[in-house]
Design a protein around this ligand. Structure first.
Ligand code: SF4
Ligand code: SF4
Length: 183
């Protein structure tokens, strides 16, 4: 048969010797290796009951932030969407009305804010681009889903709980990542 290189080798099957034909020594050898691993520390964990600690620089699911008075930080400036290399972020801005000062920190806010997690590469550029500390990446994963639409996160899903009405939820969503990075 023609060969493109001269690196091919013709392998010949050597006949098995008596010990090899018994098979038992090799079976015991394999069992010994298996048993030796029983007493070693396991490399695997029982996820989701058990979870590995995250790296301080782990970038998880996005969270839209509020200030300590519960007002939304996002001013719909669009810098995160411009910075996003995957074009995963879409938004629509709206003007804050007179009686909405307690809802939105700035005069303009995001009436619609969506992130397509199937496009997102979790690079963190949106977080870096934001001048208002309005978006950051938490320590949680985007949960699995059966539909593509389920991976398009709306503003309601991204918005952090209001710290004035749900302090525990707010603290849990903030997580430890920010504190770990500051250390
Ligand atoms: S993490 Fe990166 S890819 Fe994902 S939305 Fe932010 S900028 Fe886009
Ligand atoms: S999240 Fe930040 S960068 Fe993006 S629109 Fe809102 S304020 Fe601007």
């Amino acid at each position: 048969m023609a060969s493109l290189t001269n690196r091919s080798k013709v392998l010949e099957q050597t006949p098995l010797n008596f010990m090899e034909r018994l098979y038992l020594p090799n079976i015991f050898k394999g069992m010994a290796i298996t048993f030796s691993h029983i007493f070693k520390k396991k490399a695997t964990i029982s996820y989701p009951e058990e979870k590995r600690p995250f790296s301080p620089v782990f970038r998880g699911l996005h969270v839209l932030n509020r200030d300590e008075e519960g007002r939304e930080n996002c001013t719909a400036c669009g810098l995160c969407a411009v910075a996003c290399p995957a074009e995963a972020i879409t938004m629509e801005g709206a003007e804050r009305q007179k009686n909405e000062e307690h809802l939105y920190r700035e005069e303009k806010y995001a009436a619609k804010y969506e992130i397509n997690m199937l496009r997102c590469i979790f690079c963190g550029l949106c977080e870096e681009a934001c001048p208002k500390d309005a978006i950051y990446m938490s320590e949680t994963f985007a949960p699995s889903n059966f539909t593509r639409q389920g991976f398009i996160y709306s503003k309601d899903e991204l918005l952090i709980p209001d710290p004035t009405t749900n302090k525990e939820g707010y603290e849990a969503a903030r997580g430890l990542r920010e504190a770990q990075i500051k250390k």
